[in-house]
Design a protein around this ligand. Structure first.
Ligand SMILES: [Zn+2]
Ligand SMILES: [Zn+2]
Ligand SMILES: [Zn+2]
Ligand SMILES: [Zn+2]
Length: 466
């Protein structure tokens, strides 16, 4: 809950991962620097796990699990280059146990988080934890820690960790999952009001993406907004064990965007959508009342999604236009799959050889403008505020808008006043684009935040994720 009005871009929270752990299903990688390694290459002289070389052997990142894994009986040996060894899933819990024992302040923050253990133990995929990870840590390595506690730690990690990148080398290499304990206290909303950035220094900064009123809940998103309700909603119970109750999930029209709405097979109107906000609601055409079972709709949408994923970006703009037309025979014009295809197409116009801005016909310039405006209109409702995607879209718009306004003046289609008005719109967009794109990296102003983030976090910490 915001304790006062918050302006866009104000820093709400600065966090540092309690631990970072490799992905459970990673192929062999160096546990100090996360580089890919060969199983026939250098092995740690203490724990026998593959590392880059002696320079990584005594690093601080690898130290906690190195101490534990070197006690393994029989010793652990990673032999297979192309599959995941369960030892990699044991690294994050071992690092967390180390924090529990050596850093009570951070552990206190971690220990407040949800593990959803009761539900997780019922899942079939939990058998990997019970049959592979736990015995490796407790029995094979003899680490003295209650199995219940190890399970809780894994549950906390699965519920709360976020994908983490190594930005120190100027690249954005995903290296695993990080548990940021303060950030993890924030609740999810598909229509959230913050954005977070991972800094070069390895911190997580959460900023307001829009005005947040006093008393309003400060929210983040565990999952992006691109997919429509039909495919997005089931992810919350599956991955995070809660049902999202946000305004978008509760609205079959998805805030009026029609992001999951289908064309009715009976009357052809783009009016087939869930009859209620229940997650398993029947679908009904608001035009002719025809009903469809949800499973059927899911099947159709998943099929079309697979087609779209397989459609080559290198296809010609004409082929992309045809794909969109074909999709719009079955889906609402602004269905999320149509929007995904439109996003590709609007980037191709203006960028690809033969379709550079100065090569585009007026018709295609106008098409690019219309696609950009349509995308901004739909996604501004789904993800309001200053967003990186919005900055990119506004930048896409600037070129064609500038060319067409100059051309219209030249051809005397508009007078000087209309010209100035349209030019003002462009200048406004430049400013907004710059605002949307800022803070993609760390800013010095963030040093200030340590002093007052506590006052933001207090009210947050009193609530729980559910
Ligand atoms: Zn290394
Ligand atoms: Zn080692
Ligand atoms: Zn939601
Ligand atoms: Zn109908």
């Amino acid at each position: 809950m915001a304790v006062r009005d918050i302006k866009p871009f104000e820093t709400i929270l600065l966090d540092r991962p309690a631990i970072i752990g490799p992905f459970d299903d990673t192929n062999p990688e160096c546990l100090e620097c996360y580089s890919k390694v060969s199983v026939s290459g250098y092995k740690c002289t203490k724990c026998n796990l593959p590392l880059c070389g002696p320079q990584c052997e005594d690093g601080p990142t690898h130290a906690p699990e190195c101490r534990v894994l070197q006690a393994a009986d029989p010793p652990i040996s990673v032999e297979d280059q192309d599959s995941a060894h369960p030892v990699y899933a044991a690294v994050a819990p071992i690092r967390m146990i180390h924090i529990m024992r050596t850093n009570p302040d951070i552990w206190e923050q971690v220990d407040r988080l949800m593990d959803h253990l009761e539900d997780r133990r019922k899942e079939t995929k939990w058998s990997f934890v019970r049959d592979d990870v736990l015995p490796l840590i407790s029995e094979r390595c003899g680490l003295k820690c209650e199995p219940d506690m190890i399970e809780r730690i894994i549950g906390i990690f699965r519920t709360n960790s976020v994908k983490w990148e190594d930005k120190s080398k100027g690249l954005c290499n995903p290296i695993g999952h990080a548990l940021c304990p303060l950030f993890s206290m924030m609740c999810h909303s598909c229509v959230n009001n913050t954005r977070n950035t991972q800094t070069m220094g390895g911190e997580m900064i959460v900023r307001a993406a829009k005005h947040i009123k006093k008393g309003e809940e400060i929210t983040t998103q565990y999952r992006g907004p691109n997919a429509g309700n039909i495919l997005r909603r089931p992810d919350f119970p599956t991955n995070w064990l809660f049902s999202c109750d946000c305004p978008r999930c509760n609205d079959p029209t998805e805030l009026g965007t029609m992001a999951s709405t289908m064309r009715c097979p009976a009357c052809q109107d783009p009016c087939l959508l869930p009859a209620s906000s229940d997650i398993d609601s029947v679908w009904r055409c608001t035009s002719c009342q025809r009903e469809e079972a949800q499973e059927h709709v899911i099947q159709v949408v998943q099929g079309l999604e697979m087609q779209l994923d397989a459609f080559p970006y290198s296809a010609s703009p004409e082929a992309w236009e045809d794909l969109i037309k074909k999709y719009q025979e079955q889906l609402h014009d602004d269905h999320f799959l149509c929007m995904q295809a439109k996003r590709m197409l609007l980037q191709i116009y203006g960028a690809r050889e033969g379709y550079k801005l100065d090569q585009l016909s007026r018709e295609l310039l106008d098409r690019k403008i219309a696609l950009c405006r349509n995308y901004i209109d739909i996604f501004s409702r789904l993800e309001p505020g200053y967003r990186v995607w919005k900055g990119r879209l506004l930048e896409e718009l600037l070129g064609p808008l500038t060319i067409t306004v100059n051309k219209d003046l030249e051809d005397q289609k508009i007078d000087k006043i209309q010209y100035i008005l349209r030019y003002k719109e462009i200048v406004k967009m430049v400013k907004e684009a710059a605002q949307c794109r800022q803070f993609e990296e760390r800013d010095t102003k963030d040093e200030m935040i340590g002093q007052f983030y506590q006052s933001w976090m207090k009210p947050l910490q009193n609530g729980s994720r559910d």
